[in-house]
Design a protein around this ligand. Structure first.
Ligand code: EPU
Length: 344
């Protein structure tokens, strides 16, 4: 296991904010884990760094996930059981599955980050979530010091959440995931924009590869590229509210997008509300709200994690004032609570 001291984490987080780790250890094999200890609040597991906001230095060890490998465990005319190590790039795995003639991940193309982060927040895009294909997740249990496997059901996946992000936050390190992928393509084209994009590409017969290409084009057009401007994708989740509140808001704001959340509540577009409050393109120093997509906070250069957090809190407060709706951050915030305590 390769280890280094006093390492800058700036290039390991897609916001590109400065932070230093006292120690960095690179995990390339599950066996490495038996020699490690992990203390929540002191240590940190880092995947692609695309879904976190660092607000200070890490006094303990940062574990960089470099576990690699993808394979077909079972293969038939209907489909395949695929296993992928958690340190692989999610998008590389999507392309690998498509190259093997397997369908199910095409709508999840180009999501940044590593495979290990996928079950933690049940990644989703364009009408599909990991929960649609996930079979099981293998983890290292830091507390018990041994491997453990969870069925997809045991993971308690929800909209951008799971047991790994809530009750069991920091207890498990995901080492690999297994998914059921199909040979027969079942298009999922309901999400706004996909059909239009396929039309613009002149597609007459839709395939999984073409949906993947359409999603890649859409994401490139709609979301700022972290290689060009620091960001962590959507900074806020789309809030779910009661049907009553959704009705009241729709009466006042008829163009506010609202979709049934499946549990009697309605999911509102956080981007629309933030946009409506006038934040799109706003800058406070180098911390900003993207002018491409109101849900994305960006680091124009030298913003610190604290400055981005401060801006995010102001954005959420203005949405709360205007719409009476609380926004919650999507990325993991390291080193500071989301809600400022009254005496801080
Ligand atoms: N909108 C605005 N202003 C904007 C952008 C969007 O008003 O600047 C409105 C539009 O009415 C648009 C609606 O918001 O129709 C929804 O926008 P979009 O289709 O981009 O979806 P989203 O709800 O903003 C979610 C995910 C994205 C995912 C897209 C596509 C969350 C928090 N975000 O965004 O995921 O790519 O749907 O499925 O659920 C991510 O998680 O990091 C992420 C990028």
């Amino acid at each position: 296991m390769k280890q280094s001291r006093n390492v800058s984490l700036q290039r390991f987080n897609t916001f590109g904010v400065p932070a230093t780790a006292s120690r960095v250890a690179q995990l390339s094999r599950v066996e490495d884990l038996a020699r490690c200890t992990f203390m929540p609040g002191r240590d940190l597991v880092l995947g692609g760094g695309s879904n976190l906001l660092l607000t200070g230095d890490i006094e303990g060890t940062v574990f960089l996930n470099r576990m690699a490998g993808m394979r077909l465990l079972e293969d038939s005319h209907e489909g395949a059981l695929v296993e992928c190590a958690s340190g692989e790039l999610w998008h590389s795995m999507v392309l690998w599955s498509l190259a093997h003639g397997l369908c199910g991940l095409e709508n999840l193309s180009l999501i940044p980050g590593l495979v290990g982060a996928a079950p933690i927040q049940n990644i989703g895009a364009y009408g599909v979530e990991l929960s649609d294909v996930l079979v099981s997740v293998r983890c290292w249990d830091w507390l018990a010091g041994k491997p453990v496997e969870f069925t997809a059901e045991d993971c308690r996946l929800g909209y951008r959440t799971s047991r790994f992000k809530t009750d069991d936050a920091n207890r498990f390190l995901v080492t690999s995931i297994r998914m059921n992928l199909a040979r027969r393509f079942q298009p999922r084209l309901e999400y706004a924009g996909i059909e239009e994009q396929l039309g613009a590409m002149g597609v007459s017969e839709v395939t999984a590869d073409l949906v993947s290409r359409a999603v890649i084009a859409l994401r490139k057009r709609k979301l700022p590229d972290p290689a060009l401007v620091g960001n962590a994708g959507s900074f806020f989740k789309n809030p779910a509210v009661t049907a009553d509140l959704a009705d009241t808001l729709k009466a006042d704001f008829p163009t506010l997008p609202a979709y049934p959340a499946g549990d009697g509540r309605y999911k509102l577009s956080a981007a629309w509300m933030i946009d409506h409050c006038g934040w799109k393109g706003h800058r406070a120093g180098d911390a900003g709200v993207s002018d491409q997509h109101a849900l994305v906070l960006v680091n124009h250069g030298t913003a610190s994690g604290r400055e981005l957090l401060e801006l995010a809190r102001r954005v959420a407060a203005s949405v709360q004032d205007r719409f009476g709706v609380a926004l919650e951050p999507e990325p993991v915030i390291v080193g500071a609570p989301w809600q400022e305590s009254p005496d801080s």
